[in-house]
Design a binder for this molecule. Sequence first.
Ligand SMILES: [Zn+2]
Length: 214
Amino acid sequence: MKIIMLGAPGAGKGTQAKMISDKYKIPHISTGDIFRANIKNGTELGTKAKSYMDQGLLVPDELVVDLVVDRLQQEDCRNGYILDGFPRTIPQAESLEAALKNLNEKIEFALNIEVPDEKIVKRMAGRRACGSCSATYHIENVPPKVEGICDICKGNLIIRDDDRPETVKKRLDVYHEQTQPLIQYYEDKKILVNIDGTQEMMEVFNNIISILEA
Ligand SMILES: [Zn+2]
């Protein structure tokens, strides 16, 4: 089960990826985790990546793909994996495909969690975080017992800058511009599966399972 997760920030793909990972015992892989592990272990690739990051430069696609492919060859990926947040662009997708082809492998599913922008903006606008202990709430889905007050430490709840509509809209614009072409790319490869992400979390998950097990 080799899966790529696609979907806008706030569409819930991270949550679904984690649920898939738990159910099928396959690793949920993000590039951030790969970077951290390689830098921590002082690997050759990690050292290279760090030298770019220390200069405030973006890590080049080629190196990112090397790091990802290296990760995908580890023992725990034998039965599959879920890539979350990578690839982000067509060149990355092409490099990944070429690198996997060399290993006689390929991605089997590109799961695209679809949620309209307005809904994402609305979802994010309902998030609240405790200013003291960082516990998170949602005014509709996970409300605190007393409005505006943290259940745990009685701190004041705030709206994080990341959750403000202006910020969310900007991130969605970047997503549509950069990552949405990937949807067409995987459609052309006949591995794209669109999932309605506006439903309840468990319904979304059950839809995903029925597709993976079809
Ligand atoms: Zn708190």
